[in-house]
Design a protein around this ligand. Sequence first.
Ligand code: SF4
Ligand code: SF4
Length: 286
Amino acid sequence: MKIAVASGKGGTGKSTVSVNLAYSLALREKVVLADCDVEEPNLHLFFDAEETEKEVKVPLPEFDMEKCTLCGDCARFCNYGALIVGKDKLLFLKEMCHSCGGCRILCPADAVSETEVSIGRILTSQPSENLTLITGILNIGEIKAPDVIKDVKKAAEKITGSQITILDSPPGTACSMVETVDSIDFSILVAESTPFGMHDIKLAAEVVKERNIPACIVINRSDGQDEVIEILSEEMNIPILMRIPFEKEIAEIQGNGEILSAHSEKYQKEFLALFDEIQKMAGGEA
Ligand code: SF4
Ligand code: SF4
């Protein structure tokens, strides 16, 4: 079962929910925790375990201007606007390239070859017997976050023996978030009870609803006055399954980079109960 933890914006407690859910579940079964927030991965900060590293590479076209006749076929074909062919030069905008390979295949002058370039890294570690952490890291200045996320998801699928993968999604609703929630079974939407929080989580909720992904809401830093999110929950028919209160003790534990469920049996049980409810909603056993 693949569960993505998403939020409309950064700083709402998405990482807290991902880490605590994975930690609690790993006390009873094998779990993969995948950090898909590849521009600012932070889940590894909660754990201390040796990591193995693998580069993420994508193919990019290379143009041999000795052979190129400037016919323009490649630019007409490229759906992503990565090629501009003028009277006397060809311009390749590599940031726009989606590595489809089309220009290489169709070039009548055999002027296009392919080279592999590194866009990021995947780190894998084993913080506990039952928990595998996979972290995607996008190289600074790179924009191909979805390609790194795809590799994080592939790496997660290769971990044997685990039936549960928790994917920590990038915040917001851009293509990185959409890539993370592609082909998942359930989404946890982490919200804050403010009008801004409601607006942001509504956008994320619309993305998962459009894709028919069952979802629930977890309210973080709840002060007990959660009306704005309760109204949204009713409007969008997405239940609120957990509220993490706004308490000094919780803030201190998390502020020290520690895991709430490791400190509190109460929260261990609450996160396990959250998972059991999710399993029921997703049509599995509980
Ligand atoms: S299709 Fe080939 S020959 Fe034509 S402009 Fe592109 S690279 Fe040059
Ligand atoms: S590989 Fe595809 S996306 Fe990239 S430049 Fe060629 S046609 Fe365009």
